[in-house]
Write a protein that binds this ligand. Sequence first.
Ligand SMILES: [Zn+2]
Length: 408
Amino acid sequence: MKYYLILSAASLLSFSAMAANDSFRVLMRQPHSYKTFYSNVKLSHLESDSSFDGSYFKIVKGKSNEAISFDEEDEGIRTKAATVYYHLSEARNFWVNQIKSERAESLPKLTIRLEITNQFNELGHYAHDNKTPQYNNALSIPAGETPSWVPADKQDKWGKEIWFRPKKKVLTKDLGPMGPNPLTTSLMAMERPLINYVENQINHRIMREFFFPAYTNRPLHEDIIRYAGTYALMKLFIHGSRYTDNLFLDKYFYLDTAMVPEIASHEYAHLILSDHLEMSHSTPVNEGMADYFAAVQSKKRKVYGKVAGFSNSAPKDTQEKRLYSHWDESNRYATSDFTLSVLWDVRETLGEEIGDRVVYQARKYLKTSTSTISHGLLSAILRACDEVCEVPRRDKIKLYGTFGRKGF
Ligand SMILES: [Zn+2]
């Protein structure tokens, strides 16, 4: 009896220690809205009762290998660790339960680094501290180890990891060329039809001059000046619109990747897809594939929307209506939403369930180093459809139509 009492007192004690830590402040998005809010939630599969160390994720700060403590004094870091832990756990649930990925189920525990500014180095884990520190992004890294010739004190071995970099306000104009702004793009789209129209008008006017001079209201040269004037005005607008960037862009850019819920899903997707799509560098195809699964999980039309105080970057739109151009293949456009919109159209064509299976299966025929959208991705989708579509012949004809409407 005494023994029993002691036992229950001990379990009560350990229970109260856990209870103090079982709910954490986490940032999340409202359902059916882009707004964010904080909620106190329980974290699943925690193995430690004093730090963010669980069965599937260990959250550390910088280059440390110790999990961040629940008693971490910086409240911002505590919230960030809980937020990342929560959204990564959700991402894992999605892959295991909805996509039925065996790889997600068997993936070894991941180390998640917050606030790390070092560049990744394949041979040494971290590049030297002084080598251009990185901000405002996140990346997933493959497992690796230092070669045997590296001195013993610098030997390192690591598993798959996700790195979230700190945010830093940078001047938008320092980010380099961002491409034409939306006003310039829409004016440029009008330019060709306008030239055609002006040409037509001039031709008609000259014809009238010769065949029906009685029907002309003005001398020929006046009309030509009028048409040319319209065209010159248009050119002037296009030129001027290039200087209106600040109507569309904030002066500063900042992105705290750990506090944008969909970025955790995006990085986790890279790890799952990396059995075929290597994580060596960013391409429009491997980013689009990760965006697709982040978008499916978010259940929203636009992903990575602004988070007050943490990110002012523009969201990516699953319904982006642009037509394909060869520029979309350039790695500089890896951050655009064009590939996402192509894959989203596949989902709308085949239905959610088959669409998700086809896109996941398509990774088997993709390679980060060589796959382009127009060749690699489209044929991978069609091959995947052969394997998982209900009626491949019928569904592939539907897909041809979908690709055609995207300008391929
Ligand atoms: Zn990515």
